[in-house]
Design a protein around this ligand. Structure first.
Ligand code: GLN
Length: 272
């Protein structure tokens, strides 16, 4: 009996110290990263120009920012490509140090992660066939709309929380924006709702068949996500500030997209 009690207390103590070890792991993320000699980023490489595959390599705006972060810490960057809606659960399971995935900082997500300062202004936009009668958000009502699963475009169209003013007939969810667009071209959905710059890239691959509407459906900002309480956050915030101040952020973004003057000032406004 005494033995069993001791064992129970020991087990309890072990569980407690594991819990505290878990908490302090986030507070000591930088030590862990430096002793491992690498920092692990997760993303979903189906989101050109932010992250996409070029042969075997994953490239894009978020990759360049993440490489700059690894350089700042003096470590290697390791990249893991997973489903968009697995990013936050995987981060919180300790499988990554941060997420860079054109991820919009939302209050809902902020319950589970800490976001850096924002680095990019974005919005949801509508892609339709070139001959579509859909000309704006009001025309989405009663239509079948394709979205990327678990994204802010999905939340906007599903409108469970009544935060948007659309009432679509059906939301079809895809792992990749590209698959939603293929179904749009095949006539299986009436429109696709996706982030504006990825929409531009998708349209540029099929300009004779599809077009992006000018209307911006939402106002969003992209940020890097880290586990709650991570001591990496001030370092990432500082990096974003440095990239903005030195003009390197514009240089990175300019490698992948042509920002007009209005967009460029919007990107800078985020930094302030
Ligand atoms: N910005 C959108 C979101 O955070 C989409 C991101 C993505 O598909 N990579 O939900």
């Amino acid at each position: 009996m005494k033995m069993r009690l001791t064992a129970a207390i020991l087990a309890g103590m072990t569980a407690f110290s594991m819990m505290t070890a878990c908490v302090s792991a986030d507070e000591n993320a930088i030590d862990k990263i430096k002793s491992a000699g690498k920092i692990v980023m997760t993303t979903n490489a189906e989101f050109e120009p932010f992250e996409y595959k070029d042969g075997d390599e994953i490239v894009g705006i978020d990759l360049d920012i993440s490489h700059a972060l690894a350089d700042k810490l003096g470590v290697e960057l390791e990249v893991a490509d997973i489903a968009f809606d697995s990013l936050i659960p995987s981060l919180n399971a300790g499988k990554a140090d941060f997420i860079a995935a054109g991820m919009t900082a939302t209050p809902e997500r902020e319950k589970n992660v800490d976001f850096s300062v924002p680095y990019f202004n974005a919005s949801q936009s509508i892609i339709v066939k070139t001959d579509s009668e859909i000309a704006g958000r009001a025309d989405l009502n009663g239509k079948t709309v394709g979205v990327q699963q678990g994204t802010t475009g999905d939340v906007y169209c599903t409108n469970e929380d009544q935060s948007s003013d659309v009432s679509v007939k059906e939301v079809k969810r895809y792992a990749k924006g590209m698959d939603a667009v293929s179904d749009l071209i095949a006539g299986r959905v009436d429109a696709v709702v996706i982030d504006d710059y990825p929409a531009e890239k998708l349209v540029s691959k099929n300009p004779d068949k599809i077009k992006k509407l000018d209307e911006a459906l939402t106002e969003e900002t992209y940020a890097i996500a880290m586990p709650k309480g991570s001591d990496l956050k001030p370092v990432v915030d500082e990096l974003i500030q440095e990239l903005n101040d030195s003009g390197k952020m514009d240089e990175i973004i300019g490698r992948y997209i042509q920002l007009d003057d209005a967009d460029s000032s919007a990107a800078e406004a985020v930094a302030e």
